[in-house]
Ligand binder design. Structure first.
Ligand code: ADP
Length: 626
């Protein structure tokens, strides 16, 4: 029979495949196995509806044979097969709908999109083969036909010998090039690996002959080999099995095999959903952050299957950034596999699934927080930072979704509390949620500003992560209670009488403070305060930028200095207040020196750098030796 030409569109696609713009060549095997599985599905369905057919489910199989010497890879199935017309129509044409217009083939990026939109299909085999032979016999027909093509120049269909119904696809694997070792596809090991990776959950057995080597009986170092046909795939995926029949160990083993984590996961979430879109998901919350979790190298995503066929190893669209730590798989029959395997991003069903998953993860985390605080603590230590970034990110777009997951050490509790707990325990008359920032809990505990709030009986959230205050500022309030940094200039905790008294005192010493301030350029104001109990001084901040934020922002590698508006507060009841007043009258020079020391003290307490430590040390020593 004379050579036939491919339809124009097919020819173009094949051109792309042969010149393999598409980088992931491995997927050809997945495509061929999926086709085989589809063909078996068709016949299986027919056998279920046509009682005269005597085929049992257990007879169905996909078989892989490797002939290294002749560089042949064969994929056989006993599915529905194709008759002559079907061979021509199905393999001689693609894009049967004809809706596809090839544009700008010379733009490699566009080309990948085109391939993606199709689902790469049968033609992907041309990425690894010089010649493809398809021997097929349709179920119930006498004759078998062979379709042969070496690529763009066309194909031939001829009658051939084939005993059983079904299809054999025989690939003539390309010779190795400098860049690509096509011989890999003739290695049992590699093919096994690819089946495990992409087609493990195909519901029919995928069989292959595996060579076994063992000691020859009666000898000590002579080996012999024999071949055994083995089923390579697991067939029934764990997530498709009944929940109540899966052991914890099975869940955990699956997790460590699949996601290479030696540690058992903190939480397993196994769900199935039906409705607008059906899907099964098996999700894991790891018990620790991967070493690269907080780096750019980390890639989020879930494995995506359609009816047990792996479509994508890491589908990013299924997870929001703030839940990027979640590992797992999603399997849905409602994804348009045939139109697009590589480009599901715009898929509506995928978006629905993602939303559903997000809600589920949040719910599970909240339950964990309420029912197993120890576990949640563990979670928080690993991934709390990510949740806080999630609040701060995108101008707080997701803050409402995440605020209930926040978790804090406080001035009262040994254990952590959620915002909801904090608010529910607020004292009468308390209108704000107080927080304090510092490097460690013990450093915060010793902050002078913490004292007064604690004395009032108010609980304080302790923030030790750099992102904490940014997240709280983004939230602004929770259940209509404002977040207030205890270091803020005015906490408004004094009684009216106390306030008036202090105001008068500050008015009286206005000149003294003006004098003191002259040398402290970055200090906006100096004043007496009532808020300190045992400590002599502290720094408060006016404006929007707190002192903690100044520290964080200045530690970042950008060339920009951020300054909080600082107020030096002096304890009005401390003996140092009296001393300052005296000096103002008698020894202005010494007052200047005192001011310098006090300001340095206040900076030290806040963990701010001292500009000239040597000068300060000398000054203190001078005073000490007097
Ligand atoms: P798709 O699978 O996305 O339809 P392909 O290019 O992979 O596209 O395959 C084209 C068609 O060829 C299939 O729809 C199917 O009808 C037929 N086909 C491919 N492989 C087989 C097979 N092993 N057995 C029977 N029919 C097959």
């Amino acid at each position: 029979m004379a050579k036939k030409q491919f339809k124009a569109e097919s020819k173009k696609l094949m051109d792309l495949m042969i010149n393999s713009i598409y980088t992931n060549k491995d997927i050809f095997l997945r495509e061929l196995i999926s086709n085989a599985s589809d063909a078996i599905d068709k016949l299986h369905y027919r056998s279920l509806t046509d009682k005269t057919m005597k085929i049992k489910k257990k007879d169905f199989e996909i078989k892989i044979d490797i002939d290294k010497d002749n560089r042949l890879l064969k994929i056989s199935d006993n599915g529905c097969g194709m008759n002559k017309e079907e061979l021509e129509n199905n393999l001689g044409t693609i894009a049967k709908s004809g809706s596809l217009a090839f544009k700008e083939e010379n733009d490699p990026k566009k080309n990948i999109d085109i391939i993606g939109q199709f689902g790469v299909g049968f033609y992907s085999a041309f990425m690894v083969s010089d010649k493809i032979t398809v021997n097929s016999k349709a179920y119930g027909e006498e004759k078998a036909y062979s379709w042969v093509s070496s690529g763009v120049d066309g194909y031939e269909v001829n009658e051939c010998e084939k005993e059983n119904y079904g299809t054999d696809i025989i690939l003539q694997i390309k010779e190795d090039t400098e860049d690509i070792n096509f011989s890999d596809y003739l290695s049992t090991y590699k093919i096994q690996e690819l089946i495990k990776k992409y087609s493990n959950y195909i519901t029919y057995p995928i069989k292959m002959e595996i060579e076994h080597r063992h000691l020859k009986e009666g000898t000590e170092n002579e080996y012999e080999t024999h071949n055994e046909t083995e089923v390579i795939n697991d067939m029934v995926p764990l997530w498709k099995r009944e929940k109540s029949k899966i052991t914890e160990e099975e869940y955990n083993t699956f997790y460590s095999d699949k996601f290479f984590d030696y540690d058992t996961p903190l939480k397993v979430i196994h769900t199935s959903a039906e409705g607008l879109v059906s899907f099964e998901s098996l999700l894991y919350i790891p018990s620790h952050a991967p070493y690269d979790y907080y780096t750019k190298q980390y890639e989020k995503g879930l494995q995506l299957y359609s009816n047990g066929v792996l479509i994508m190893d890491r589908c990013e669209e299924l997870l929001p950034d703030y839940f990027s730590f979640v590992k797992g798989i999603v399997d849905s029959p409602d994804l348009s596999l045939n139109i697009s395997r590589e480009m599901l991003q715009q898929d509506k069903n995928l978006k629905l699934i993602a939303k559903n998953i997000e809600t589920k993860i949040k719910k599970e985390l909240l339950t964990m927080m309420q029912e197993d605080k120890e576990k949640y603590q563990k979670f928080w230590e690993s991934f709390g930072m990510q949740i806080k970034f999630g609040i701060y990110d995108s101008f707080g777009m997701n803050k409402e979704k995440l605020e209930d997951l926040l978790w804090f050490a406080t001035s009262k509790e040994k254990n952590y509390v959620s915002l909801e707990e904090y608010v529910s325990k607020m004292k009468e008359g308390q209108n704000s949620i107080y927080y304090a920032c510092g490097e460690t809990l013990s450093k915060i505990e010793m902050l002078p500003q913490v004292e007064q709030v604690k004395e009032k009986g108010y609980e304080i959230l302790y923030c030790t992560d750099q992102v904490d205050e940014f997240a709280l500022k983004t939230l602004d309030s929770y259940k209509e209670k404002k977040f207030v940094n205890v270091s803020k200039e005015d906490l408004n905790l004094d009684s009216e009488e106390e306030k008036k008294k202090l105001e008068k005192l500050n008015e009286e010493y206005k000149d003294m403070f003006e004098f003191m301030k002259k040398d402290l350029k970055e200090v906006k104001e100096i004043r007496f305060t009532n808020r300190l109990k045992s400590h002599p001084v502290c720094l408060a901040s006016a404006g929007d930028i707190s002192i903690e934020m100044e520290k964080v922002m200045n530690s970042m590698p950008v060339d920009q200095k951020i300054n909080a508006e600082k107020i030096l507060e002096i304890n009005s009841k401390h003996s140092i207040a009296k001393k300052l007043k005296e000096l103002y009258k008698k020894n202005k020079k010494e007052l200047k020196e005192y001011t310098k020391i006090l300001y340095a003290e206040a900076r030290m307490i806040e963990g701010l750098p001292i500009e000239n430590p040597t000068e300060l040390a000398t000054l203190i020593c001078e005073k000490l030796s007097k």
